[in-house]
Design a protein around this ligand. Structure first.
Ligand SMILES: C[C@](O)(C(=O)O)[C@H](CC(=O)O)C(=O)O
Length: 298
């Protein structure tokens, strides 16, 4: 069997002078496109899962079944490419966090992140966030780490804190210091507000790897992969890049049809469209095992 995504992620994490870039994907199609672009790692966004699977805003409406089903879809497409998956709050108390962790690991997720927002959570780049106490947060993290260890799984556990916005940078740092004590593998200080804060975070937590969440139009200054690497981040995710790229053009195309009756897009055509999603490989597989349905349809 080929290397698992989790093992591959561990290898990438151990590669010196390397920043892992994980484009945000929100469904099977976006994952296919990111894989075809050569991504070495994918990030399954919770915001995007809410939007694409449920048509809802990032307000913690997608829960374990939605997230797990999306994660399984994405990990199954190219199992040796690591998928880092958003696990929000873990979807309940420690018992529920344990269940989430187990299910994610069984679905082939390479790393998950658990945060300290209340269950009625929201995107980390919106205002009005509330965090649970440190004790509640640490119980979530310990539940994830203990479950992973008891399973003997390779999946990494990343601690995210949302404390920066309302409790301040110092509290966010203290929370993540405590997270390291809980045995997590990497840290995610959400919505860092300046490059200075980014540098401080990386310095304070070294050698524990730190993830940078680059949200287009969000609270953290836009800096790109090169700068993030210079600062010392180990992981770079851009969760909503795919959604940002798609929403306006889609809106325009639908509007043109509804309002003007014209189908305006640069046509790719059905065959080439399906090729993005493995048409040729699926047909070749069918033929190789003696299936008769697709052999003549190339
Ligand atoms: C990382 C994140 O949790 C996500 O769901 O992808 C979001 C991203 C976003 O809403 O833009 C976040 O809270 O930062």
């Amino acid at each position: 069997m080929a290397m698992t995504g989790a093992k591959k992620l561990q290898e990438l994490m151990a590669t010196p002078d390397h920043i892992i870039v994980a484009p945000g994907v929100y469904d099977g199609l976006s994952a296919r496109i990111a894989l075809a672009a050569g991504a070495e790692c994918l990030y399954m966004t919770g915001a995007g899962t809410n939007m694409s699977r449920l048509g809802t805003a990032d307000l913690g409406i997608a829960t374990l079944p939605d997230m797990l089903s999306n994660a399984s879809t994405i990990t199954s497409l190219s199992p040796s490419i690591p998928v880092i998956a958003d696990a929000d709050t873990g979807y309940g108390g420690p018992i529920m966090v344990a269940r989430t962790t187990r299910q994610y690991a069984l679905a082939g997720v390479a790393a998950l992140h658990i945060e300290d927002q209340v269950q009625e959570k929201r995107c980390g780049h919106l205002v009005g966030k509330q965090c649970v106490s440190r004790e509640v947060y640490y119980a979530r993290l310990r539940a994830a780490v203990k479950t992973r260890d008891e399973m003997g799984a390779d999946m990494l556990v990343i601690a995210r804190t949302d404390a920066r916005a309302d409790l301040g940078f110092e509290e966010a740092v203290e929370r993540l210091k405590g997270a390291v004590e809980c045995g997590v593998d990497a840290l995610f200080l959400e919505a860092l507000q300046s490059e200075e804060e980014c540098k401080r975070a990386v310095e304070i937590f070294a050698p524990t790897p730190v993830l940078l969440n680059m949200v287009p139009g969000g609270k953290t200054p836009q800096m790109g992969v090169k700068r993030a690497k210079e600062i010392g981040f180990k992981l770079y995710i851009n969760p909503t890049l795919g959604l940002e790229a798609v929403v306006r053009p889609l809106e325009k195309a639908y509007k043109m049809l509804v309002e003007q009756g014209t189908d305006e897009c640069e046509p790719i055509g059905p065959k080439a469209l399906f090729e993005i999603c493995g048409l040729n490989e699926a047909m070749a597989f069918d033929e190789s095992v003696g299936g008769a349905a697709f052999g003549s349809s190339k």
